[in-house]
Design a protein around this ligand. Structure first.
Ligand code: SF4
Length: 447
């Protein structure tokens, strides 16, 4: 039996795709081994989102080649897509596949083994109009299953390379999404996270079926308790999406809506599709439609030209929005993007100082939001023993509004929907008391 080892760099979508690629090799009779072991095939799923992503991808490829110079080295993913020649030029790389055509991976490996000729199968991603079906039937995380519904992005924000790596937005057919959702529910998953590169753009390439239609159809999937959207742009939250959020009791009270900057000048230079006033209005409408909604966001600080005044204005704006948590990133130059060529790059020490201030603000906001739920009873699905004190008998799980709740539980409660009373809100974890199990469900098998 041939042995294959995987290494994934970058985002959650890449992790999902690596899992899906493993399914393809598994069906062809391969055995999975650790990346540190001697394998017959090494598959490296690369990232290119920052310049560091490229560098790390190259280092990982070289590591695999050193481990077993006789192995077949297969490189796929975003860096392979944007720089196929650079990847193919690394001595020892045998097969380069981009972000499409992954259904042929086993064929490529067989072909390489017979002919010993390098294969470069990277096509023009911008011409790709069809969603590539890649399914994952089970996940290492036993409570929550990801379901990829969309690929690519049409936005071309000035700091982002993703449209060049993943191509334009394309959506998975509704029948296929629903069939996969039913399968996951049958496998025992209660919660599905809809993922994609630009998940809110689902349906933009269909005539008359949009994200809201898909959410309603998923709402009707029997046995499914929770539907979470991994991320959605403010500009894509329309009346119909708000209506589902308001009326479906399966939609989680948590949305990740990337803001990126709290100042219109900066947003404009980033080529984002909203103003701060529009973003705020969307948040307010959401908060009416879904009271106590937890909103998380991404913020880039130190974008080229961001002045102290613009940052301060953004800081105050973010503070007022009362969001749940922010993921703060210092702007990092990505070559090949318009922002990398912009003047007035912000010095690293200023970026770091701004990052620290926003991280502090995020902690305060998270705590303030959680405090609203002290004394309330929430539905929590325990996921794993509490890391900080694994022998305490405490388990950690998320509520539908994304509070991390720690409470006394047992191993067999993992994956079940539990009612938990929130006793004490904390900046990270919230302490709770178990009340009762809402529903007994079979636990999904591990991946
Ligand atoms: S919306 Fe902007 S940041 Fe997000 S993937 Fe598209 S181009 Fe990149």
């Amino acid at each position: 039996m041939s042995k294959i080892a995987f290494h994934t760099l970058g985002c959650k979508v890449n992790s999902y795709e690596t899992e899906a690629m493993w399914q393809i090799f598994k069906q062809a009779g391969y055995e999975k081994v650790s990346f540190e072991a001697v394998a017959d095939v090494y598959l490296i799923n690369t990232c290119t989102v920052t310049n560091t992503g490229d560098k790390k991808s190259r280092q990982t490829i070289r590591r695999a080649i050193r481990r077993n110079p006789d192995a077949v080295i297969l490189v796929t993913g975003c860096y392979a897509q944007t720089s196929p020649d650079e990847v193919a030029a690394i001595p020892g790389v045998d097969i380069v596949v981009g972000t499409q055509g992954r259904d042929k991976l086993v064929e490529y490996v067989d072909q390489y083994r017979k002919q010993r000729e390098p294969i470069n199968a990277v096509g023009n991603i911008m011409k790709q109009r069809e969603f590539e079906e890649l399914d994952v039937p089970a996940f290492a995380d036993r409570t929550r299953a990801s379901l990829k519904i969309q690929e690519g992005c049409n936005n071309f924000c000035t700091f982002c390379i993703i449209p060049w790596a993943k191509g334009l937005s394309r959506s998975r057919k509704p029948e296929s999404v629903l069939a996969q959702a039913r399968q996951l529910v049958e496998a025992g998953y209660k919660e599905i996270v809809l993922t994609g590169i630009h998940t809110g753009g689902y349906g933009d390439d269909f005539e008359d079926y949009k994200l809201a239609d898909l959410l309603w159809d998923l709402d009707r999937v029997e046995g499914l308790n929770r539907i979470r959207i991994s991320s959605i742009e403010a500009s894509q939250i329309d009346e119909r999406v708000i209506e589902v959020l308001n009326q479906s009791d399966k939609m989680c009270r948590h949305l990740h809506i990337p803001l990126q900057a709290g100042n219109d000048e900066v947003l404009k230079r980033m080529r984002r599709k909203y103003t701060v006033a529009e973003f705020k209005e969307t948040i307010e409408r959401l908060q009416i439609a879904m009271p106590n909604l937890a909103i998380t966001t991404d913020i880039i600080v130190g974008f080229p030209g961001e002045t102290d005044e613009q940052f301060e204005e953004g800081y105050r704006y973010i503070e007022e929005l009362g969001m749940y948590q922010f993921h703060v990133f210092p702007y990092s130059k990505r070559s090949g993007t318009p922002a990398a060529r912009m003047e007035d790059q912000v010095p690293e020490e200023i970026k770091n100082e701004r990052v620290q201030r926003l991280i502090e603000l995020s902690k305060q906001s998270t705590h303030a939001y959680a405090k609203r739920f002290e004394g309330d009873v929430l539905d929590v699905i325990p996921e794993r023993p509490y890391k900080e004190d694994p022998d305490s008998g405490l388990y950690m799980g998320y509520s539908d509004n994304y509070l991390q709740v720690v409470f006394p539980a047992t191993e067999d409660m993992i994956g079940k929907v539990c009612r938990v009373k929130i006793d004490e809100a904390g900046p990270e974890y919230n302490k709770g008391t178990f009340v009762r199990i809402v529903e007994e469900v079979p636990r999904p098998a591990s991946a």
